[in-house]
Design a protein around this ligand. Structure first.
Ligand code: SF4
Ligand code: SF4
Length: 141
């Protein structure tokens, strides 16, 4: 029997420092596709977005993600934006070649394993099926 496809992956070396959910610069950085927004709105969650090219950015509250609570992310894993699901890895498709980047802001970035990279890429590819072509292009330009 084929293995079930994961709709989230866990980064086993996450230190729960929440740096990826907080901003020091005050600029919004979490990317949302229309599909992400629809999923969050269907779950009756309150949040604000701002348009950024073909995509949207989650508007932060006092430099923190509005879904970040005392005990961590309040969202079920499957509802989290793609950026969060694969962090500290970002998978970037450009139509010809695929790129994987690792955020050096994560204190555990050097623990990212080939297996995690593979899972992040597969998960991102499944998510991108719900994104428009313009959104996919907008993600890497
Ligand atoms: S920055 Fe890295 S270690 Fe810190 S919470 Fe995010 S994924 Fe975990
Ligand atoms: S949605 Fe959750 S994981 Fe993503 S930035 Fe917000 S609190 Fe962090």
């Amino acid at each position: 029997m084929a293995a079930a496809k994961k709709n989230h992956i866990n980064f086993p070396y996450c230190k729960r420092c929440k740096k990826c959910c907080c901003l020091s610069s005050g600029t919004d950085k979490i990317t949302l596709s229309r599909h992400d927004i629809e999923r969050l709105r269907n779950a009756k969650l309150e949040f604000k977005v701002r348009k950024d090219g073909s995509l949207y950015r989650l508007v932060m509250k006092s430099g923190r993600c509005p879904f970040l609570k005392k005990d961590g992310c309040a969202l079920p894993e499957e509802l989290r934006p793609l950026d969060c699901k694969t962090y500290p890895v970002h998978f970037i498709p450009d139509g010809k070649e695929d790129y994987l980047t690792v955020s050096l802001k994560c204190p555990s970035w050097n623990k990212v394993s080939p297996a995690f990279l593979k899972d992040a890429k597969e998960l991102a590819k499944r998510e991108f099926k719900h994104w428009t072509k313009a959104e996919r292009i907008g993600y890497w330009v």
